[in-house]
Design a protein around this ligand. Structure first.
Ligand SMILES: [Zn+2]
Length: 203
């Protein structure tokens, strides 16, 4: 993956930021990266976020893998369980397609190079890492879906930990119950997200 170089003060303008299109002036800090030794510089101002891993690779495989992982990260930031499960579902679909592409490439190479070749090893390594990763995501997804469905509480659902306070009004008690149920959902969400964050791809 390309690394990001950071320049504190440029001697001459490196041109425009490729994200916000602002001209970076002489003396300003900026950052740049090159996908390969021979590719042109991609330039960004310091106010714009760093490029994401999927933008730092010229490999189709890693571009796709990182792209799906970034979608899951974005969904995690939203904090919405439905979005997170949706992003994981999308990734699983995509990884299925990537695995069958890899299978095709592997069988083509195997017939051309019956004694093996380095590219074949690389493809096989990716295939061997992607499959268990996809399977772990699948089992996370079915677990998360069923637990979120059955254990999530609505605002006014019963909660064993809740004792209405007779000194308070009905509205105050309703609010306290809703807050307790939201806390319950937050804990469940945190637990499921923690499990998801523990799953990683071996390549
Ligand atoms: Zn910018």
């Amino acid at each position: 993956m390309a690394s990001i170089e950071r320049v504190k003060s440029c001697r001459k303008s490196p041109g425009k930021c490729n994200k916000c299109d602002r001209e970076i002036k002489q003396g300003e800090p900026y950052k740049f990266w090159k996908i390969t030794r021979f590719s042109s510089k991609s330039v960004r101002c310091v106010d714009c976020p760093d490029p994401r891993p999927s933008q730092l690779t010229n490999s189709e495989f890693y571009g796709q893998l990182y792209g799906q992982q970034e979608s899951i990260e974005d969904a995690l930031k939203s904090g919405e369980m439905d979005e997170i499960i949706g992003a994981v579902d999308c990734a699983i679909d995509d990884f299925d397609g990537m695995m069958s592409d890899l299978d095709d490439k592997i069988s083509n190479l195997e017939s051309s190079f019956p004694n093996g070749c380095p590219s074949l090893d690389t493809l096989q390594e990716r295939r061997d890492a992607l499959e268990p990763y996809k399977e772990e995501l699948e089992s996370w997804k079915s677990d998360a879906e069923s637990r979120w469905d059955s254990d999530k509480k609505e605002e006014d659902d019963e909660n064993d930990d809740f004792k209405p306070d007779p000194a308070k009004t009905k509205e105050e008690n309703d609010e306290a119950l809703a807050a307790l149920n939201e806390e319950h959902n937050q804990n469940l969400r945190d637990e499921l997200v923690g499990d998801l964050e523990g799953i990683s791809c071996g390549v």
